[in-house]
Design a protein around this ligand. Structure first.
Ligand SMILES: NC(=O)c1ccc[n+]([C@@H]2O[C@H](COP(=O)([O-])OP(=O)(O)OC[C@H]3O[C@@H](n4cnc5c(N)ncnc54)[C@H](O)[C@@H]3O)[C@@H](O)[C@H]2O)c1
Ligand SMILES: CC1=C(/C=C/C(C)=C/C=C/C(C)=C/C=C/C=C(C)/C=C/C=C(C)/C=C/C=C(\C)C=O)C(C)(C)CCC1
Length: 520
């Protein structure tokens, strides 16, 4: 098969309602409820990725200048691993979950409460440009596993990937159950006028807000995986500044920093700044012995618009470039660049860089650093830190760049305006699943549960309350009161807090007693 991608072609607007309706129709056949069917789709996706590997690697090169190393590690092989992991665990995820104590009070245990895992239905997955394979197909793995049908909308900014994705999905997966609509805003708008059971959007906060507003009109649930201005904190306690520099530089070199989780700025104790900059330069030299431009590993910026957006941040800064700074529009090349700034209003602090540039902001105290970070973005997607409790974020890595997001089986998602919902690992299955609580009331129990019927009987209610009500162990000021019950429990439990603790204590006492009474 040729490796050059077919020329980009947007899907005809009039075809979109049919594509959506076909996916809904396929869901209504109930075939997706069959777990073997889902597994077959996941296996087919795995092999499609393997078979289309040369095409995808070349497409990532042509769309983003992505090296084949990253194309495999973070895109093609990443999704293949996702398929394998899901195949290994799907049987346990789909099982009904029996509900017992503490969810169901003992008095209701006869009702056989359980949670059934049902597919949400037909979902729309909209992807961004920076990891065009991974960020479109990993949500699809979750959707297939959960038993949904899906329509995918890749980013039009990575046209070669978009065209190969369409080919591999539509040729290899169940026809009509999984389709790809290619295009930009008009096509996404056409998709948004269709009814979906969930929309899974990855992209900018600005477009995320448009999607969420549109979805709200039909009360369609959405997952939003958005961006953020992510801070890194380096305090005096930093044990190894050279390592911090190297690891933070990594966050700005993978995919040329076009990573939603990479740091936008580094808040650093002012005394550490000169050494940190020196270490950054050392790490840079290590990673790019012949300069970044000559490196086969560094991606390019996706297009001229984004190149100029990033360039403008550098043009407008009042700060000082302390590492990098070279740009070449003809190659869409921007060198990994660090800028020393001294104002939160600096262009380098105000925008999400989403490129290989970041700022270094010296601070006097940790409090000052936290104030700045909260001012710039209170709920960023990521945070790199020693101060987990002081500030929230979607995820966080201690002692490194975005490592919390570099493992495909742990939950990943934003908080507040950096995203709603999470996926990866089991969270991907959960994201497309309806957890349906089922109760089953046995006919023979009718007499036991008749209290609910009219005419109401207060005596029966009082009896039920005596059986089910728990009296509080706290007073009106919220203080825990150690009443009679507490002391009885304490006495009979020999101070143990759980039944197991009490049992073990009694065992020790009885053994000691036995040994004492049987001593020679
Ligand atoms: N949290 C995450 O997992 C994650 C991952 C990657 C990127 N991001 C964020 O995404 C952004 C960069 O990606 P991007 O530029 O592709 O995002 P984007 O929001 O511009 O585009 C995302 C998708 O939305 C579509 N779109 C664009 N404008 C639209 C509109 N007006 N109406 C409807 N649809 C529209 C695009 O065609 C594309 O498929 C950054 O902010 C980055 O932080 C987040
Ligand atoms: C091999 C042995 C061992 C362990 C080795 C270890 C721990 C190796 C670690 C390898 C590392 C650090 C790999 C790094 C991978 C980075 C990845 C995959 C980055 C992914 C980026 C992604 C997914 C980006 C996403 C972007 C998003 C969401 C938004 O834009 C030992 C030590 C156990 C001993 C035996 C041998």
């Amino acid at each position: 098969m040729a490796t050059k991608a077919p020329e980009f072609q947007a899907t005809a607007l009039e075809a979109i309602p049919k594509i959506a309706s076909l996916a809904r129709g396929q869901f209504r056949t109930h075939k997706t409820k069959n777990v073997e069917w889902r597994k077959t789709q996941l296996r087919k996706l795995y092999w499609a990725l393997e078979d289309f590997k040369p095409q995808l690697v070349e497409a990532l090169k042509s769309d983003l200048g992505k090296s084949s190393f990253e194309a495999l590690l973070t895109e093609v092989d990443w999704v293949k691993k996702d398929c394998m992991w899901m195949l290994d665990h799907l049987d346990s995820f789909v099982k009904d979950q029996k509900l017992g104590s503490p969810d169901v009070p003992a008095t209701y245990s006869i009702m056989n409460f359980r949670v059934k895992k049902e597919p949400l239905g037909t979902v729309l997955i909209i992807g961004p440009y920076n990891y065009p394979i991974q960020l479109l197909l990993c949500p699809l793995v979750g959707a297939i596993a959960a038993g949904c049908t899906a329509v995918l909308k890749p980013s039009e900014l990575t046209p070669a990937c978009a065209m190969w994705t369409k080919e591999l999905i539509e040729k290899r997966l169940d026809s009509g159950s999984f389709s790809v609509v290619n295009g930009a805003i008009p096509e996404t708008n056409a998709l948004m006028t269709e009814k979906w059971d969930k929309i899974f959007f990855t992209g900018s906060a600005q477009v995320g807000s448009i999607i969420a507003q549109k979805a709200a009109q039909t009360l369609t649930p959405v997952v939003l995986e958005l961006g953020g201005k992510n801070p890194a904190f380096i305090t005096k306690n930093c044990g190894n500044l050279a390592l911090a520099a190297r690891r933070l530089l990594w966050g700005k070199t993978q995919n040329a920093g076009q990573v939603c989780m990479s740091q936008n700025y580094v808040l650093i104790d002012k005394d550490l700044v000169p050494t940190f900059i020196e270490f950054l330069k050392v790490a840079y030299k290590d990673m790019f012995p012949n300069g970044a431009k000559a490196s086969p590993d560094l991606s390019r910026i996706v297009n001229k618009r984004h190149f100029h957006r990033i360039k403008k941040m550098l043009d407008d800064t009042q700060g000082k470039i302390v590492m990098g700074g070279e740009l070449d529009e003809s190659e869409l090349y921007i060198e990994p660049t660090a800028v020393l700034v001294n104002s939160v209003n600096d262009s380098m602090m105000q925008e999400e860089s989403f490129g290989p540039i970041f700022s270094i902001y010296p601070v006097n105290t940790l409090d000052e650093a936290l104030n700045i970070a909260n001012l710039i973005h209170k709920t960023p997607l990521s945070l790199f830190t020693f101060v987990l409790n002081e500030m929230t974020s979607g995820g966080a890595t201690i002692n490194d760049g975005f490592f919390h997001g570099a493992v495909n089986t742990v939950p990943f998602g934003g908080v507040g305006d950096s995203g709603w919902g999470a996926y990866r690992g089991k969270a991907s299955f959960d994201s497309f699943t309806h957890f349906r609580t089922i109760a089953e009331t046995p006919g023979w129990a009718e007499k036991l549960i008749r209290v609910r019927y009219m005419p109401y009987d207060f005596k029966a209610l009082a009896f039920l309350n005596r059986l089910t009500e728990k009296s509080p162990n706290f007073d009106r000021s919220g203080k825990v009161v150690k009443g009679f019950g507490y002391w009885i429990k304490f006495l009979f439990g020999l101070g143990g807090k759980s039944a197991k603790g009490a049992f073990l204590r009694w065992l020790v006492v009885l053994v000691a007693h036995y040994m004492y009474t049987n001593r020679s």
